[in-house]
Ligand binder design. Structure first.
Ligand SMILES: Cc1cc2nc3c(=O)[nH]c(=O)nc-3n(C[C@H](O)[C@H](O)[C@H](O)COP(=O)(O)O)c2cc1C
Length: 306
């Protein structure tokens, strides 16, 4: 991996070696997997969303590929907050890279309980997954569809969190900018835009059945990039807190588009399935080349569009 300070950026007072973020959920929760992402060039790591109790998730197949990316219905399989945070601490004992603990719940009380646990860990920030589209059969529509719910949860979590609070929002509602503003007003320190689109469906015509057992799944990858860019651009004009942009970043050019749309950090998920964890190395080197070719001295010199 090329060493260069040119991509270094601040993450709530901590130094990140690049603005590239490992998106939640695309690798397992082991500390060793997260360390590999950092070694490859990822600057900030987001863990798989953790719930109060362990979850097995849905039965497979849970992921299917189509021309524009993936659909998935993992069903939030995770080892539970206690085991997950042990991995977070093991990671932080070995790396200075900022770590975001992602948590999922459906009630304010459970978000508060999760926040107390994250407070006691070595994580550097907490991300509230308010937007998983794959568990609607169990829990109803995601909380991120409701301005009131987002406001209540962010407000209550902010009262007790010792860490910066990031709200991860859904693209699946017509008033995302209004909800984003409500999250900021409630005290969110950053937003992650966007979670998966949909859910959608992909059919195996030979087997005459849906490609994933759960029939529907959240869409990620190239197909959702224009949706993510539009929301980041629009919302960055409305708020003053930083945006972690995610949705369909496959290469350095995509990452630069996200920075130009107004994201401060660029998060990568599905591309890891295509290219392996080395995708961080490729994107990192592409960003360095872009800065050098354009005589820019730091990543902050890639200015957002007006
Ligand atoms: C297999 C898979 C699992 C995911 N699990 C989570 C999760 O646990 N929590 C979460 O907030 N987002 C989860 N996501 C969403 C990603 O973090 C990301 O927001 C989304 O996939 C868009 O980025 P991408 O196109 O780069 O993948 C998952 C995505 C995929 C493909």
């Amino acid at each position: 991996m090329k060493k260069s300070g040119i991509l270094q950026t601040d993450f709530f007072g901590k130094l990140a070696n690049s603005p590239l973020v490992l998106a939640s959920g695309v690798i397992d929760v082991s500390y060793s997997g997260m360390l590999r992402a950092v070694e490859a060039g990822c600057g900030i790591v987001t863990m798989k969303s953790l719930t109060l109790e362990p979850r097995k998730g849905h039965n497979g197949p849970v992921v299917a590929e189509f021309a524009g990316g993936f659909i998935n219905s993992m069903g939030l399989c995770n080892p539970g907050i206690d085991s997950g945070l042990k991995e977070a601490d093991d990671f932080k004992n070995r790396s200075d890279a900022p770590l975001i603990a992602s948590v999922f719940a459906i009630s304010t009380d459970d978000f508060i309980a999760l926040t107390r646990k994250v407070n006691d860990s070595k994580a550097d920030a907490i991300e509230l997954n308010l937007s998983c589209p794959n568990v609607a059969d169990e829990y109803g529509i995601p909380l991120a569809a409701s301005k009131e719910k987002v406001t209540e949860i962010v407000l209550e979590v902010k009262k007790i969190s010792r860490l910066p609070v990031i709200a991860k929002l859904s693209p699946n509602t017509y008033n995302v900018p209004e909800i984003a503003k409500a999250a900021e007003n409630a005290g969110a320190d950053a937003l992650t835009l966007i979670n998966t689109l949909g859910p959608g469906m992909v059919i195996n015509i030979h087997a005459r059945k849906p490609m994933i057992l759960n029939k529907f799944g959240g869409i990620s990858g190239a197909a959702i990039k224009p949706v993510a860019l539009k929301l980041i651009y629009q919302i960055s004009k409305l708020i003053d807190i930083p945006i972690i942009g995610t949705g369909g970043v496959l290469n350095a050019d995509d990452a630069i588009e996200f920075l130009m749309a107004g994201a401060k950090y660029v998060s990568i998920g599905t591309a890891v399935y295509y290219h392996g964890i080395e995708v961080f190395t490729e994107i990192r080197e592409g960003l360095i080349n872009y800065l050098t070719t354009n005589n820019l001295s730091s990543i902050e010199d890639i200015l957002p569009l007006s």
